[in-house]
Design a protein around this ligand. Structure first.
Ligand SMILES: [Zn+2]
Length: 464
């Protein structure tokens, strides 16, 4: 059989334009001949797109042809066309240059009527898909996939995908206001008192990761985190709303504004306190201190327990060699954990020192004891460095407050590691990594489509 395809455009005044598209031929039915093949669908889409664009542009040019002032038709200075990449093929948009009407004496002598709507050389949906997927998977893979399933010819490659992702991210960046000064608030204290009670506390988990720099420049740090609102006053049952963020400190000029806008989009008020949690690494601690003025900084309980778990594992080894000593060390570690849980850092540190002395007496004769002693020494430094950030976890926990942002670990993996770190051959510029993070966090927060709709109001209209 033969399937014939004809496409018809009906204009407002009832005039019809037709075009014959290449159809399909089928002999024998088999699974692989059932319906259209991908290649046939690509050819079909390309044909429809070409016809549709030609009709749309010619109608629009006709509407603009008459002078707005006297009604005479503009004369043509130059014909010409502009290639535009769309998801359904490269189309040539007629783009003539017309003479200014004789009735007008001022302004440029010629103009392009398409300038009223034509922006760039890429359709908005193509820009959106490239930006979205390039933020999640490698640029070359995006180009591969789009090329395989859509009739885009050779218009997408890893370079064009990268450029489109970056231009999207740059545009997002330009919309961010100026950087906030440290200790800058909007409104006065009186204003804040007028404000309603804020929703539940905002907890920001923050962590750092390292990515490999381009041109053999070593590594540089990227910061990522997640901001979580515990509950909303109007609707206590609503699930916590969480949004992630990321930036490259050495490139970003507006980290405070970035986090501020993110938390504001989650309903944060000027007078609201924010609790930062981190693993206690020095770099990250400095970041959170300058990110938000009304903030409290806590060490994440999760990171304390992780370190203690490692020590307990090492103690099990010791216990096999010296059952009595091992059991005693295990007991002491348990009590150190208990003291830290209740925020009793001074006593915990005393216990650690005591235990270190006990171990130092035998570590010369026992490799396993030396191992535990080394681990304990590191743990002691860690607790000392972070003693100002260790709250009474037990009390917080009883009050239903957050004591851990273990979820941030997975955020870091989501936002950073998979692309940047684990694929060691990938190398990044500070700018490239920063822009990728901006696009990616918009995608992970489910906001990119809304951003595009703000830029292009007719993009993917929302169902009413
Ligand atoms: Zn005129």
């Amino acid at each position: 059989m033969n399937i014939r395809i004809e496409i018809v455009c009906v204009s407002a005044d009832g005039l019809e334009q037709r075009r014959q598209l290449s159809g399909f031929e089928r002999q024998e039915l088999a699974m692989e001949t059932l319906g259209m093949s991908l290649a046939e669908s690509k050819a079909l889409l390309e044909g429809v797109q070409d016809f549709m664009v030609a009709q749309q542009v010619s109608e629009n040019l006709e509407q603009r042809r008459a002078c707005l002032h006297c009604g005479r038709r503009h004369t043509t200075k130059d014909s010409g066309s502009t290639p535009v990449n769309t998801l359904f093929g490269l189309v040539n948009v007629p783009n003539p240059r017309w003479n200014r009407c004789a009735c007008q004496a001022e302004g440029p002598e010629t103009f392009r009527p398409t300038s009223a709507w034509l922006q760039g050389r890429t359709s908005v949906e193509m820009l959106y898909l490239e930006s979205k997927w390039a933020s999640l998977i490698p640029f070359a893979k995006v180009a591969d996939l789009l090329t395989e399933v859509l009739p885009i010819g050779d218009s997408a490659n890893h370079e064009s995908v990268r450029i489109h992702l970056q231009s999207t991210a740059e545009r997002i960046e330009q919309e961010l206001g100026r950087e906030r000064q440290l200790n800058e608030y909007e409104g006065s204290e009186d204003d804040w008192e007028q404000q309603p009670l804020p929703d539940g506390p905002i907890t920001v988990g923050i962590d750092g990761g390292y990515v490999r720099a381009a041109h053999k420049q070593g590594c540089f740090e990227v910061i990522a985190g997640k901001s979580v609102v515990a509950f909303r006053r109007e609707d206590a049952t609503e699930v916590p709303s969480a949004k992630c963020f990321g930036f490259v400190q050495t490139y970003d000029e507006k980290p405070r504004r970035r986090l501020w806008e993110l938390m504001k989009s989650q309903g944060m008020q000027e007078n609201q306190q924010v609790v930062f949690m981190s693993d206690g690494g020095e770099d990250v601690r400095r970041v959170q201190q300058y990110l938000h003025p009304f903030s409290e900084h806590l060490l994440d309980w999760f990171h304390i327990t992780m370190r203690l778990t490692v020590l307990q594992q090492q103690t099990k080894g010791l216990q096999q060699e010296r059952p009595e000593t091992g059991a005693d060390v295990a007991k002491q570690l348990e009590s150190i954990k208990h003291l830290l849980w209740h925020g009793n850092t001074p006593e915990a540190l005393e216990r650690i020192t005591g235990l270190s002395i006990d171990l130092s007496l035998i570590q010369a004769h026992s490799v396993l004891a030396a191992k535990v002693a080394n681990g304990l020494a590191e743990f002691e430094i860690y607790i000392k460095n972070n003693c100002d950030f260790i709250p009474n976890f037990g009390e917080r926990w009883r009050q239903g407050e957050r004591i851990s942002t273990a979820f941030v670990e997975s955020t870091i993996n989501q936002v950073v590691s998979r692309r940047f770190v684990k694929k060691q051959q990938m190398q990044w510029t500070h700018r490239g990594a920063h822009l990728l993070l901006q696009a990616r966090t918009k995608v992970l927060n489910d906001e990119l489509e809304g951003v595009f709709r703000r830029w292009y109001p007719r993009f993917r209209p929302q169902a009413a």
